[in-house]
Design a protein around this ligand. Structure first.
Ligand code: ADP
Ligand code: MG
Length: 299
């Protein structure tokens, strides 16, 4: 039996609904899957590979998390590849994707020591480039400019670049759609309701995202095509990704725009697509079988 570490947050012992559905399916495929909090020192031979799953607490220690990922991938096969994890941990990756032709939500980037100027939108969102669960994110109208400036300063004071985007009203009306691509196959999609409300200050933790309403979404051809185009633009190519979620929302003209590409710790929300658990487990199993030997080479 091959042993797969499914990487969670430090101190977490399970993978929630994703784990409940995935672990038995892995077992049926001869894989013993075990949730493991990141930061552990893997003893040689304990696992044949590791897949990052629900390690959303990395946003509080991105450097330490990425160092641990690099260290781990020197010992056992790790998905996604460590260079993709590093690239995807900072939303400035959106600039690379835009350069490669992807339609991205228009964004002003404000680095440490820079001032927020040039806002041309009636309503706009401020958020950090390193985030999950709508952490440290808020929406403002023009009259909220002084608070928005303080918000940007609070982000950049921590050495992190801030992002300012038009508030997409489509997200309030219909939410965003996330399309999962796992093992190269488009798997399933979810719709997430908007979470940023006028007058609600930024939350220091992931609580806004934790209470986000989620529902299954049909796989529309348009969404699938957009997701594929985004993955095609990932540096190194889409074949290297074991899993990814492409989050998209509509702009003022109804066009699809990329909000986020999640290649680190997207919750799979398998509870909304339970019939997909077997296929996801098969993709993980195929990846592990393909790479398991690499571990011995490294130990
Ligand atoms: N430009 C925007 N317009 C409206 N809502 C937004 C916008 N950007 C983010 N949001 C809301 O904030 C949430 C979190 O933002 P997101 O960019 O997905 O970062 P993360 O999930 O990494 O924290 C989104 O799911 C969405 O509800
Ligand atoms: Mg998001």
């Amino acid at each position: 039996m091959l042993r797969l570490a499914l990487i969670t947050s430090v101190g977490a012992s399970d993978l929630g609904a994703d784990g409940d559905l995935l672990l038995p399916e892995l077992g049926r495929r001869g894989i013993a899957g075990t949730p493991v909090g990141w930061g552990v020192d893997f003893t040689p031979g304990a696992f044949d590979g590791a897949v990052i799953r629900s390690a959303s607490d990395y946003v509080d220690h991105p450097r330490r998390f990425l160092d641990w990922c690099a260290e781990t991938s020197n010992r056992i096969p790790l998905a996604n590849p460590v260079d993709v994890l590093a690239w995807n941990s900072d939303k400035r990756y959106l600039r690379d994707l835009e350069r490669a032709g992807v339609a991205v939500v228009p964004t002003l980037w404000v680095g440490p020591g820079e001032a927020l100027t040039g806002i041309r939108w009636e309503r706009f969102v401020v958020k950090p480039v390193i985030s999950a669960g709508a952490r440290a994110s808020a929406t403002y109208g023009r009259s909220g400019l002084p608070e928005a400036r303080r918000h940007v300063d609070a982000i950049t004071a921590g050495g992190v670049t801030a992002m300012v985007q038009p508030h997409l009203t489509s997200i309030d009306r219909e939410g965003e759609v996330g399309v999962y691509v796992i093992g190269g196959e488009v798997s399933h999609a979810i719709r997430k309701a908007g979470v940023l409300r006028a007058g609600v200050p930024p939350a220091p933790d992931l609580s806004l995202g934790r209470h986000q309403q989620v529902a299954p979404s049909p796989l529309l051809e348009e969404h699938v095509r957009f997701a594929r185009a985004v993955l095609d633009a990932v540096p190194g190519g889409p074949e290297r990704l074991l899993y990814a979620r492409v989050d998209m929302a509509r702009g003022e003209e109804g066009e699809l725009l990329l909000l986020e590409l999640e290649c680190i710790e997207p919750r799979l929300f398998l509870e909304y697509a339970p019939a997909r658990a077997g296929a996801v487990a098969s993709a993980f199993a195929a990846w592990l079988e393909r790479h398991a030997g690499d571990g011995q080479l490294r130990s």
